[in-house]
Design a protein around this ligand. Sequence first.
Ligand code: ASP
Length: 333
Amino acid sequence: MSKISITLLSLLLWSASSAAIDSKNIAIVIHGGAGNIKAAQLSSEQERAYKLKLEQARNEAYATLANGGTSLDAVVKAITILEDSPLFNAGKGAVYNFEGRHDLDASIMEGKKLQAGAVAGVQTVKNPIVLARAVMEKSDHVFLAGQGAEAFAEQQQLSLVDNTYFNTEKRFKSLQKAKQSLLKTSWNQTDKDLEIDYKMGTVGAVALDQYGNIAAGTSTGGRTAKRYGRIGDSPVIGAGTWADNRSCGVSATGHGEFFIRFNVAADICARVKYQNLSIQAAADQLIQQELANIKGSGGVIVLDRQGNIAYSFNTKGMYRAFKNNREEHVAIY
Ligand code: ASP
């Protein structure tokens, strides 16, 4: 074969393979927490910083998918970027517990075989989402907590840090504010009763890869001034995270006690699966009706196998971003 025909052939093969990737329904949707985020509270620089970080996480996760990575790779990519940013309540920048330390929770799930991994109350693991994935792929278990989870992280040679690595001034001030109010009231009152801005900022991602598989993950520091080993919904499979190729993938954020009791993430996908609802209708039923009726605040991101996305939140805002092969956007309010 002549040099020219070889070049022509490789060009043809190259364009065929890139067209094949372009035509796939790859998609990524991420969130950085829901809460009473009002436009007046954020300066234009703060707003810009949040949007830039969300775009970076989304774009790098999308590039992972476009380069042939799996939905699990994309979810871990997006979440580690957000965990490493002090802007969000996950990893660096996580909220403080009542004792002034950070207890981190995370979970991940894939929709083909419904495999899942989760960790709760870890204090020294730099990226809890990486540990959740290791639990899923390298252990016989689904859910590890506290010191045992940390011993497993060490055995897996994951990056460990001192608990002070997660410190930020902003979250420390929130703790002082929360403690003042808590000491005046009962420990189990709701955010609303206490009128505290808990500065939420849990992070999550749901991705669809070119092999048709959905994955979802969530990572958080939980709620400011949490006590007594409190664990929220984020590491609870079914409540804060769910993925099933037959219906959808979900990552939740909000008042975890409500999300656990209503099994929110799994219930949204069950409505899609058994009632044939669209992901938007199913998400709205849970967030705008079921939870709103009992004043359970928060939101979800949802993605289906066609690459459709849905957001639903009953708070003033939810940090969020999305990209598929047709469109992309980023929003806060
Ligand atoms: N759901 C998290 C928790 O309750 C907090 C959040 O999403 O803001 O721990």
